[in-house]
Design a protein around this ligand. Structure first.
Ligand code: ADP
Ligand code: SR1
Ligand code: MG
Length: 428
């Protein structure tokens, strides 16, 4: 079917004519449809049989423009193909951590998937002080599985097509995931516009010219972010989710799902980790104010956020390392077979882990700056109505983000990163 932009009125007609939907819905007589998209790009509809609410799906459709800006900012609707491809790949590697796809239509630029109605987007819940005890463990599994298994470390080996030593399959993946339009958004909205007086930026009243100049006129910072941007554009290391923030995680006490991989592409392995950690540090900052508004002492919740940050990084490190050792054990890949044997292999793994870590911290800092000065804010800080309080939190985000970028290359552990955040915004 040629592309038509759906509306709540048109969704029912579309859905009830699809064969696979006849297996999910026992009847289409009492269907409720609600648009719930709260993201910056797409429209998301919940479709439920109100006579039997377990019969329910999510329909997500891309529109040919950037929703948050409007039709004046065209965007390729082919982006949905990347989301579908990535969801399928993630489902293969981590079946319990991503929603199941029921149907996809490239021409209509839409996907129909499992409704995660027992889970909520964690950003909004975290704003209200809810903890997600299993989220760090689940997310670190997702990161390790995806980043290792899609990398050259994870993919090279003997395959049917390349019985000696396959280094081609990964390159085929890189080719499949050239996601020009959405990489362009990241390159500009994260790594470029916030660094100068772009028309797209918006600033909290109360942020001063000095606050802006401290970022936008700092040569060293701008050079470092330009280099991070260049790595993002050129280092095709692993299949990224591409937009892994707390608004892309749906969870409850027991389970965690990662949604919305339309920015998927092959990029630096530290990117998803850094993007997520940057968002969690923004939550840490926001909670110094939010917890007081909720009538609590901030310490306990903020400590949980810092512990979650450490657990994600440390969990990722251990799980990635285990996958790598298992792979070598299975394939007897001779690349690390130096005179040093197993010790040399360990050195290689540790060096790679440190490289990913430093990239991640530079990205975390860039993301914190971007969410403060750029167009697409996050609710953690941006939804705080008191502009005096909000600009004070923004200032902390800028200071911490800046230090992360400047110091990334000299940092060696997640505890050193947390110490920087605590020095600028003490844990109390
Ligand atoms: P965008 O690409 O525009 O950012 P998202 O994929 O983040 O869109 O979806 C927007 C919102 O729709 C999410 O914040 C969530 O509330 C809801 N949503 C998306 N996918 C699902 C799903 N599989 N189950 C339940 N709700 C979903
Ligand atoms: C203006 S770019 C919009 C942003 O929304 C998405 O969720 C990504 O974070 C992107 O950078
Ligand atoms: Mg999205």
């Amino acid at each position: 079917m040629a592309y038509v932009q759906l509306t709540e009125e048109l969704v029912l007609d579309y859905v009830k004519n699809l064969e696979p939907m006849k297996k999910i819905f026992s009847s289409f007589d009492n269907i409720g449809i609600k648009e719930v998209g709260d993201g910056n790009l797409n429209y998301v509809y919940i479709v439920t049989n109100d006579s039997n609410p377990v019969e329910t799906i999510i329909l997500k459709q891309a529109v040919p423009f950037l929703r948050v800006v409007g039709e004046s900012w065209p965007l390729d609707i082919e982006r949905m193909e990347f989301e579908v491809m990535a969801l399928r790949q993630q489902y293969e590697f981590c079946p319990n951590l991503v929603p199941e796809i029921y149907y996809a239509d490239n021409e209509m630029s839409l996907v129909i998937m499992q409704n995660l109605n027992k889970h909520t987007i964690i950003r909004g819940e975290m704003n209200l002080g809810k903890k997600f005890p299993k989220m760090p463990d689940h997310v670190s599994t997702f990161l390790a599985e995806m980043l290792f298994r899609s990398s050259d470390w994870g993919m090279a080996g003997k395959t049917e097509k390349w019985p000696h030593h396959d280094t081609a399959s990964k390159k085929e993946m890189v080719e499949k995931y050239i996601n020009k339009d959405l990489c362009n958004l990241t390159e500009n909205f994260i790594f470029s516009y916030p660094l100068y007086k772009s028309d797209t930026n918006t600033y909290t009243p109360g942020l001063t010219e000095e606050d802006l100049a401290d970022i936008q006129e700092d040569n060293e910072l701008k050079v470092k972010i330009a280099l991070i941007r260049y790595k993002f554009m050129n280092n095709a290391e692993a299949l990224l989710h591409g937009d892994l923030h707390t608004g892309s995680i749906m969870a409850n006490e027991e389970e965690t799902y990662i949604i919305d991989p339309e920015f998927a592409f092959y990029g630096p392995a530290g990117f998803d980790i850094g993007l997520l950690l940057g968002n969690l540090f923004l939550a840490y900052i926001a909670q110094s104010y939010r917890q007081i508004q909720l009538g609590n002492k901030p310490y306990d919740y903020r400590k949980w956020v810092l512990d979650a940050i450490a657990e994600i990084w440390e969990g990722f490190t251990v799980k990635y390392d285990k996958l790598w050792q298992e792979k070598e054990e299975k394939d007897k890949y001779p690349m690390w077979d130096y005179p040093g044997g197993k010790d040399a292999f360990k050195m290689l793994r540790e060096a790679e882990n440190l490289r990913i870590f430093k990239d991640a911290i530079g990205i975390a800092g860039s993301v914190m700056i971007r969410r403060t000065l750029g167009l697409a804010k996050v609710s953690d800080i941006a939804d705080i109505e008191d502009t005096v309080a909000r600009s004070a939190l923004d200032r902390l985000a800028l200071k911490i983000g800046k230090q992360f970028v400047l110091k990334a290359d000299s940092l060696n552990s997640i505890q050193e990163v947390i110490a920087i955040a605590k020095e600028i915004s003490p844990l109390q």
